[in-house]
Design a protein around this ligand. Sequence first.
Ligand SMILES: Nc1ncnc2c1ncn2[C@@H]1O[C@H](COP(=O)(O)OP(=O)(O)O)[C@@H](O)[C@H]1O
Ligand SMILES: [Mg+2]
Length: 463
Amino acid sequence: MLGSLRFRLPALFLVGIVVSGVIAAAIALALFQSYAHKQLLVKLRREANGLTELYQKQAIAANDTGKHTLRFAPPQLERATGDKIFYVGADAFPGSGPTGLRQLPQDAVDWRSGKTRTFEFRPPGFKRTYLAVLQPLRLAPGSAPFGALVVATPKTEIASGLRRLLERLGLALIGGILAAAVLGWYLSRRITRPVLALSAATDEISRGHYDVDVPEVRGGGEIGHLAQRFREMAARLGDAEQQERNFLMSVSHELRTPLTAIRGHVDALREGIAADPAVRAASLDMIASETTRLERLVGDVLDLAKLEAHRFTLLSEEVDMTRLCEQAYAAFGEEARRRDIDYEKRFDASPTIVTDGDRVLQIISNLLSNAFRWTPNGGKVELELGASNGRVSVAVDDNGPGVPAAERERIFRPFWSRDDSGTGLGLAIAHELAAALGGRIELESEPGEGSRFELVLPAARRE
Ligand SMILES: Nc1ncnc2c1ncn2[C@@H]1O[C@H](COP(=O)(O)OP(=O)(O)O)[C@@H](O)[C@H]1O
Ligand SMILES: [Mg+2]
């Protein structure tokens, strides 16, 4: 569950949101803190400035007149500003008691330097730390200060502002996380649904069920591509398995037929049923021809298996294609005469190529033998040799029944034969051989008119 994509994607999404939220909040807090600190100092300085001026004026007046007149009450000031106001300095400040100002011990802060200062301190008798601004008091500009005013505000002021901000940020973060969770959950479901379907389909396939249903993925993309290819792969695996089964069944069937015939004749001979020498000779002939058929069949199956497994050695020799075609052509001359078939050859070129001559001859003979088998007596068969564009082509034309469109691909499969006496291996072998030689077999056919099987080979074989 924890390792599943459906969990991990939204989790990743959430972690991303939380991390970025926390970082953003931390930055916002730090910025806020320094801003609040600065603002507080600005306010304190302004207040300190104003107050110092007031107190200074009074101090000067008191100094001049010898009597003290206070026109404002510090406790009210403190209440109004929320800040604490202290006095530190010489007792000479007239009427320090009646001013109502809290007095700090002389050595609590350094006020004699006469400079405005900002600092943090804990006034005696107070529990909290204060942020303070000290402003010196003078009787005349440029003279030494007789004391100083300290305007202080508790540092917790900043902290409480921070807490409020933190609360809001926390709320925003929780809202963001909720929204991200919903979105992440929805998105990851959209992404993982086809992936999960694919993974379920692979399970089916590994159990040998190739007929799986891979759902369509909307919008394409990588997963759509994967699903499409997966569908094709499953179909191909299914086909391959079907073909393998067919192949085995066909091979055993094909082997059994001649074996049954041979067995019957041998039994008859052994039991002495056929006493007549002529019948015995006929039996032996049957056995011999069935054995030949078996031999050829086994040889073909072996050839095909080797070709399909790519365990087939091919020669590389200079082959005079004209001579080769003459040889293939001549082999059927006798049959053509006997069956009154119009048998012709047309050699438009005399190429020599590097290939395996025997195998090429095997392909051409195969095509010719098919043409003769399917062409009716009195029909027409033609062998053509041509060369163009770095390719050599040998075509066999006939005016037999042709191949229906639906069968054009099937006839190249092993054991597919329209007639009972054939094995259906001829074209399969020819097809594989042509591919092994770097070429192919092309078929043009008009059902009812005839067929044209064309072997196309490269003039120079690539290794
Ligand atoms: N020249 C042709 N004209 C019509 N059909 C053909 C021709 N050559 C091959 N075929 C079709 O292709 C099938 C497979 O041919 P092949 O592989 O040589 O096996 P086989 O000759 O043993 O039947 C044949 O059974 C036939 O239906
Ligand atoms: Mg054949």
